[in-house]
Ligand binder design. Structure first.
Ligand code: CMC
Length: 427
């Protein structure tokens, strides 16, 4: 017999069906709770709420496990490239050689932006935040592809997905060039995904950027490690927007906005800001950690802690290794890396962090690698967004098969009904 849970609410007892996931995770299905008892579930921040059932990504935060479509992140990081993993996330299976070639060719075909769309970039004021530009221009893509606004079949979905996957990198690089007042560099027809992005960021008409393969690999790895992370803030946003049947362009543009904040994707910038402050103000790591623990200063140790991981974030371990490798290979001696390592060592031994199960997350070391790549700080969260795109697309598609619009309820805590006072009678 299927497992149920018994809940007493007021004087009523209800049997709630238990839903079990493929890794044995359990949930109480409360879909009928309100209809049967008049109660709703209240869970600000959704720490205990499953918003959907999903086949895409599995996380066991206590054990520090992350798998995309059943494959361990460690294996994917070791043996795959970002584009292969994007295919896996979006279509559910690792591609064979032919499928991968086809997908790569589709990305190459769609990497340009329409010339009219290019003009949008010059209309943003200088120093516009690239996340604002990225979100706006992704949304603007919906004006150029009316035939992709309603996804009727897998073919239309593939077209829309490939366009977004490819153009996001072009838009991101253009937003950077525009900030500098530089010309826009077209994508290169033969460069691969990450290398092409670096080309569009840094090539000049008189000097084609020749990226060191170690840097290209490191960037590809960063994209891959960010590619999905189940129902985080931005992915839930994409799913929520998509649940109203809003198109894929509009939905991923909303994902970019959600990602922007420092508690989510913006943390990679916040980490580097923190490391720079520690260095510039010559604060000792011990004093900085003491300030964080004291809480009066209202500062957190950025790049530490995670809603789901109460153990090492497996992505952080991989990024730390890659960071050390890249910096050693390029003979870069970045004092921020030394500060980051010292902070990590101090925090991991400290009772405050141990008790709260706060470990380094994916953002703790990624900023240091991005600095080594010559990527300016304001572009760090944009890089996260490029990496997260296949995850958003996969979740949007999965959500498009669901039948209900997302519409949470609330417990109202404002005034009870009041008598209206005309303006002249108000005190
Ligand atoms: N530094 C110091 N204290 C912390 C930190 C931190 N980074 N993170 C959590 N805490 C403390 C918090 O003050 C609270 O303490 P107390 O119990 O005394 O009130 C306790 O730990 C629980 O914190 P919380 O805010 O309830 O935890 P949460 O699950 O709501 O927040 C988080 C998760 C990621 C927002 C948070 O850990 C944080 O702000 N970290 C720093 C920002 C960061 O690195 N974000 C990137 C997350 S990974 C990439 C991504 O998914 O976007």
């Amino acid at each position: 017999m299927a497992e149920t849970a018994r809940l007493q609410a007021g004087d009523q007892i209800v049997e709630l069906p238990v839903v079990v996931g493929s890794e044995g995770e359990k949930a109480l299905d409360i879909a009928k709770l309100r209809a049967e008892t008049g109660y709703i579930a209240l869970d600000p921040g959704y720490g205990n709420t499953g918003s959907c059932q999903s086949d895409i990504t599995f996380i066991d935060g206590d054990a520090g496990i992350l798998r995309y479509r059943g494959y361990a992140i460690e294996d994917l990081a070791e043996y795959s490239r970002f584009i292969e993993v994007a295919y896996l996330l979006i279509w559910g299976e690792l591609p064979n050689a032919e499928q991968l070639d086809e997908f790569s060719a589709l990305l190459t075909k769609h990497q340009m932006l329409r010339e009219e769309l290019k003009q949008h970039f010059s209309l943003f004021p200088p120093n516009s935040p690239p996340m604002a530009v990225l979100s706006s221009v992704l949304n603007a893509l919906s004006c150029y592809y009316p035939e992709l606004l309603e996804i009727q079949d897998e073919e239309t979905f593939t077209e829309a997905a490939a366009r977004i996957m490819s153009k996001v990198r072009t838009i991101a690089a253009y937003s950077h060039r525009q900030q500098l007042g530089h010309h826009i560099e077209y994508p290169h027809p033969r460069k691969r995904y990450a290398e092409n992005f670096l080309h569009m960021m840094f090539s000049q008409p008189y000097n084609e950027f020749d990226a060191d393969p170690a840097l290209v690999d490191a960037l590809d790895l960063i994209f891959l490690l960010h590619a999905d992370h189940e129902q985080n803030c931005s992915t839930s946003t994409v799913r929520m927007v998509g649940s109203s049947e809003a198109n894929l362009f509009a939905s991923v543009a909303a994902g970019v906005s959600a990602l922007w904040g420092p508690l989510h994707g913006g943390a990679n910038v916040a980490v580097v800001n923190m490391l720079e402050t520690i260095r510039a103000e010559n604060v000792s790591v011990g004093d900085y950690v003491a300030q964080v623990k004291d809480k009066k200063a209202g500062i957190r140790l950025m790049g530490f802690g995670h809603r789901v991981y109460k153990n090492f974030d497996p992505r952080a371990k991989i990024i730390k290794k890659s960071c050390e490798k890249v910096l050693a290979k390029l003979h870069i001696n970045d004092p921020l890396l030394d500060i980051a390592k010292e902070l990590e060592a101090v925090a991991l031994e400290d009772e405050y962090f141990i008790q709260r199960k706060l470990y380094p997350n994916v953002d703790f070391y990624s900023g240091v690698i991005l600095r080594a790549l010559g990527i300016p700080k304001e572009m760090f969260t944009v890089i996260f967004a490029i990496g997260r795109m296949p995850g958003w697309i996969a979740h949007w598609y999965e959500e498009s098969k669901a039948t209900k619009i997302s519409r949470p309820r609330q417990i109202y805590t404002g005034s009870v009904q009041r008598t209206y006072q005309p303006l002249a009678e108000r005190p």
